[in-house]
Each structure stands twice: as structure tokens, then as C-alpha cells.
Design a protein around this ligand. Structure first.
Ligand code: SAH
Length: 347
């Protein structure tokens, strides 16, 4: 079986060129080509034909394939429906700004976590996305962006910490000198709260931004909407976040999607304020995004503001996230392992 070209190491390339009795600098050239979003090895015109043919026989280029590309009419976000080498379909989002672009990448085909409000859960888990496939998503979106990508959100389909090794390999590669040298601080990894993996991540020495999907002020509400809370209880999760901060010096962000009548009462705001009081953290309130077949409804803008005011008054750093790409179903929780037939209805 052919291997993903984007996953090869310099050492593997060195062995390959030595085998072909070619000089070692060819291996370095191959590493450079890994960053160039090629669709075919024939694009590598600075390499001998023999080497290109050898590559063709051993590898596939690894760039994700855009099956559909939706551009939001209300903001500058673009959603991509992508196919992987085995035909599996995932989604990724590009958000452009004057300061550079952000990409939101998927880490799994489907998701096991079953959060009740999230579209990614609607279809079952199929498999993990490999490091090479994450690079392939990044390179494709970067190509469309025509601007430097400065931020990466690991917030698409899937639970990144449930695919720990591949996600970490991707992060190490994308921040490395010989790839894009993206600042680790500009990589945001969002998790539903897999405590042992959060502890492991704290030891990696990568100063990324950790975002925890909290969505509740206590265990009772959290376990109603997030089954993972039964395995990793609320208070243990907050403790793990504290330890993460103590170990890394990186302030943790909490995501809190606001669902009307579920987690948005003023009592909930007071309770959240009291559990987070004195902790060095940031709360990101997310106006809930509509999901087909999900009965939760979004909180009103007024309720979100009142909730925010309670947190802010108690000294908790709080922002309300602007939801991008709602019209193309590219916003938080709206990505899913879509079938190609059911796009959001515009192109
Ligand atoms: N598995 C990761 C990444 C998932 S999605 C995690 O759980 O964090 C990124 C964010 O969108 C998460 O905070 C997720 O809980 C949130 N989200 C999911 N469905 C949503 C919805 N309908 N409205 C708003 N945010 C939602």
C-alpha cells in the first residue's frame, strides 16, 4: 500500500535517495516539497525523473481533496468538504482576516463523545485522522487562502485528545523550523475534557492554547449534556485545568455554549463565577448554533449579555465568541461527516 508523502521523515527520504545512489541534498529537497501543497509528483520539476517515478510508486501526495467549497455571505469564512484517501468525508473551515488567516481542522472522522448539542456526533465514529491528513487539510486551506495562515484551531470534527499521537505529531511538525514555524501559542486545541490526556499534554512542553468545553457550572448540568462528564467529573476537570496552568503557565480557556433553559440561567452564571473565582482563566461564551435534529435552542442575546455581566463583575475574564459561517453550517458544532448531497444550499 502506498504511504502518505506528507508523513515521511528526512531520514526515510535519505534512505530512499541513497538507495537510488543520489546525493543526500535530494532528501532535503523532498522535505521542502512537503510544504508545497502538490497534487502530483510531476510538479517536482527540480528532481530527476527517476526519483519522481520512485516517489509515485511508493507514496501518494497527501493533499486533501476539496469536494465542495462554500463561501459565507455574511462573513469571511469558507467551509470545505474534503475527501480523504479512503473516500471518507470530513470538513474544515478557513477564516480570513487582515492579520492572517485561521483554519479550523478536523481531527477524527466522526466523534465518539456524543455531546448532545453537537452535529459532529450525529454520525458515528469511523477512524482517526492521521498527522499526514492534518497536514493535507492545512496545506489545502492555505492554498485557497492565498494569505499566510497564522492560527490553527483544532476544533473541527472529532475529539483531538482522543487521537493524541497523531494530533501531537501534527502540532510538532507544523511548529517546526523546517515546516511552517507557526507559533504554538496560536494553536488552539479544544477538548471535551479527557483528563489523563490533559495531564499528558501538560508535559509536552508545547505552549499551545488549551480550551476546555465546559458548557455547565456544575456536574449535574454537565452530565446531562455531555456524557463524558460521567467518566471525568466536573470538579476533577477543573483541578486538571488548574494543574495544566501551574505546569505550563498557559491560561486555560473555557468554552461555554449557551443553550436556552439548559445552562444559561443567572443562577448558573453565579455558580460558574464562584467555581472559577480566583483561577487564572478565560471564559468564552458561544451563542449556541442551530443543529438540525437537535432540540436545544440558543439563548437570547440579552441572556448572554446578562450572564457575561455576572462573570465579568466577579473578575472573570469573559468574551462572547462571534459565530462565523452560520449560513454555511461552518460554525462551532455544525461540522459533521456530511454526505456530499446535503450541503447548506448555496455555493
Ligand atoms: N471535541 C472538541 C472539539 C469540538 S467542537 C471539544 O469538545 O472541545 C468545538 C466547540 O464547539 C466545542 O466547544 C463544542 O462543545 C462546541 N459546540 C458543539 N456544538 C455546538 C453548538 N451547537 N453550538 C455552539 N457550540 C457548539
Amino acid at each position: 500500500m502506498k504511504k502518505n508523502f506528507l508523513e515521511c521523515t528526512l531520514e526515510e527520504f535519505e534512505a530512499l535517495v541513497q538507495d537510488l545512489q543520489m546525493p543526500l541534498f535530494r532528501a532535503k529537497q523532498l522535505v521542502n516539497w512537503q510544504g508545497k501543497a502538490i497534487q502530483s509528483f510531476s510538479e517536482m520539476t527540480n528532481l530527476p525523473k527517476l526519483l519522481r517515478e520512485k516517489l509515485e510508486s511508493l507514496y501518494y501526495p497527501g493533499l486533501a481533496q476539496a469536494e465542495q467549497h462554500w463561501i459565507s455571505k455574511s462573513d469571511a469564512s469558507e467551509k470545505f468538504v474534503l475527501s480523504l484517501v479512503d473516500g471518507e468525508i470530513i470538513e474544515a473551515v478557513l477564516m480570513k482576516s487582515n492579520y492572517g488567516s485561521s483554519v479550523c481542522l478536523s481531527t477524527q472522522v466522526g466523534c465518539k463523545m456524543a455531546c448532545r448539542f453537537c452535529a459532529s456526533t450525529g454520525l458515528h465514529f469511523v477512524r482517526n485522522i492521521t498527522c499526514g491528513e492534518l497536514l493535507g487539510q492545512f496545506l489545502l486551506l492555505e492554498k485557497y487562502s492565498k494569505k499566510r495562515i497564522s492560527n490553527i484551531d483544532l476544533m473541527g470534527i472529532g475529539e483531538p485528545l482522543d487521537n493524541y499521537d497523531e494530533v501531537l505529531a501534527f502540532i510538532r511538525r507544523i511548529i517546526s523550523e523546517d515546516f511552517r514555524k507557526i507559533s504554538a501559542r496560536k494553536i488552539c486545541l479544544s477538548t471535551c475534557g479527557l483528563i489523563p490526556r490533559i495531564q499528558e499534554l501538560a508535559e509536552e512542553g508545547i505552549p499551545l492554547t488549551l480550551s476546555i468545553s465546559l458548557h455547565a457550572p456544575n456536574q449535574a448540568i454537565r452530565e446531562q449534556i455531555m456524557p463524558i462528564a460521567k467518566k471525568y467529573p466536573f470538579s476533577d476537570l477543573l483541578k486538571a485545568a488548574e494543574e495544566y496552568f501551574a505546569r505550563t503557565g498557559r491560561r486555560v480557556s473555557y468554552e461555554y455554549a449557551m443553550f436556552s433553559g439548559v445552562n444559561d440561567s443567572l443562577d448558573a452564571a453565579f455558580e460558574l463565577a464562584s467555581v472559577l473565582q480566583g483561577k487564572n482563566c478565560h471564559v468564552n461564551l458561544i451563542p449556541a448554533n442551530p443543529i438540525e435534529g437537535v432540540s436545544f435552542s440558543p439563548s437570547s442575546t440579552k441572556q448572554i449579555q446578562a450572564f457575561k455581566n455576572i462573570l465579568t463583575k466577579r473578575g472573570i475574564n469573559t468574551t462572547v465568541r462571534r459565530s462565523l459561517g452560520i449560513d454555511i453550517e461552518a460554525a462551532c458544532g455544525q461540522l459533521r461527516r456530511s454526505s456530499l448531497l446535503d450541503g447548506p444550499g448555496l455555493k
